[in-house]
Design a binder for this molecule. Structure first.
Ligand code: DX5
Ligand code: ZN
Length: 237
């Protein structure tokens, strides 16, 4: 069951970097809930993007929306701390990119941010088992990380169902009041025409880059996404 209101996280990877501040202001005004911030190091993934200075610059530009930092880097810990200082809200990393997953999660939380793990399409969810208490978010990649504009890998739907079961079982063990709600986020190839199936599989947080920034009307695209998610929710009841 998706108990939390859906979140649309606009991935600025597909924004016009020459006008980034303006693009972020526009997409938030168009209804995006979070700004998804893709950090690539040309080592863990074959591409190079943006770092903590740009996160800080967006905060100074006046961006108050949650900034959802997706680290595709190794090592993880020093950069995670730099992003916490730069104004990140949520910081997620790939478990195979750090030696001590539990320590990396704890360090992010100690720095005052929400913490999450990211799973590539072929990475099993085993890492979750012993750290559910330290997670605010689980992010499933529905493309191989590194680039925007790729096609959604359909096996992500089964994996979302599996992650949803784990989250609900964890919340059930803790009791409805005591269980912290862990968001289930999906990243890669999310479009207006597949978002309903993705929501029905259990996601409550949707990263979309090219679908939003490649469209002529950001607000209309985000609205269409919300309508599709709502329709999937009422069909499931
Ligand atoms: C890919 C990134 C994604 C990317 C998604 O490695 O993690 O956040 O921006 O882009 P779209 O929505 O275009 O697939
Ligand atoms: Zn991402």
């Amino acid at each position: 069951m998706n108990a939390q209101p859906p979140v649309i996280a606009a991935s600025i990877l597909s924004a016009d970097f020459a006008r980034l501040g303006e693009e972020v202001t526009r997409v938030v005004a168009a209804g995006a809930d979070w700004i998804h911030f893709d950090v690539m190091d040309n080592h863990y993934v074959p591409n190079l993007t943006i770092g903590p200075m740009l996160c800080e610059a967006l905060r100074k530009h006046g961006v108050t929306a949650p900034i959802d930092v997706h680290l595709m880097v190794t090592p993880v810990d020093a950069l995670a701390q730099a992003f916490a200082k730069a104004g990140a809200t949520t910081i997620t990393f790939h478990p195979e990119a750090t030696y001590h997953v539990d320590r990396s999660l704890q360090a992010i939380r100690d720095a005052g941010c929400k913490a999450g793990l990211v799973f590539n399409p072929a990475t099993p969810l085993d890492h979750l088992r012993h750290v559910m208490d330290k997670l605010d978010l689980i992010l499933l990649m529905s493309v191989n990380p590194g680039f925007g504009g790729q096609s959604f890998i359909p096996s992500a739907l089964d994996k979302l169902r599996e992650a949803r079961r784990l989250i609900d079982a964890h919340a059930g063990q803790k009791g409805a009041a005591g269980g912290r709600l862990i968001r289930l986020e999906v990243d890669g190839g999310v479009k207006t025409d597949n978002i309903a199936a993705i929501a029905a599989a259990g996601a409550d947080t949707f990263v979309a880059g090219s679908a939003i920034f490649g469209s002529p009307d950001y607000a209309a695209t985000i609205r269409a996404m919300r309508q599709a998610i709502a329709a999937a929710g009422s069909a499931g009841r």
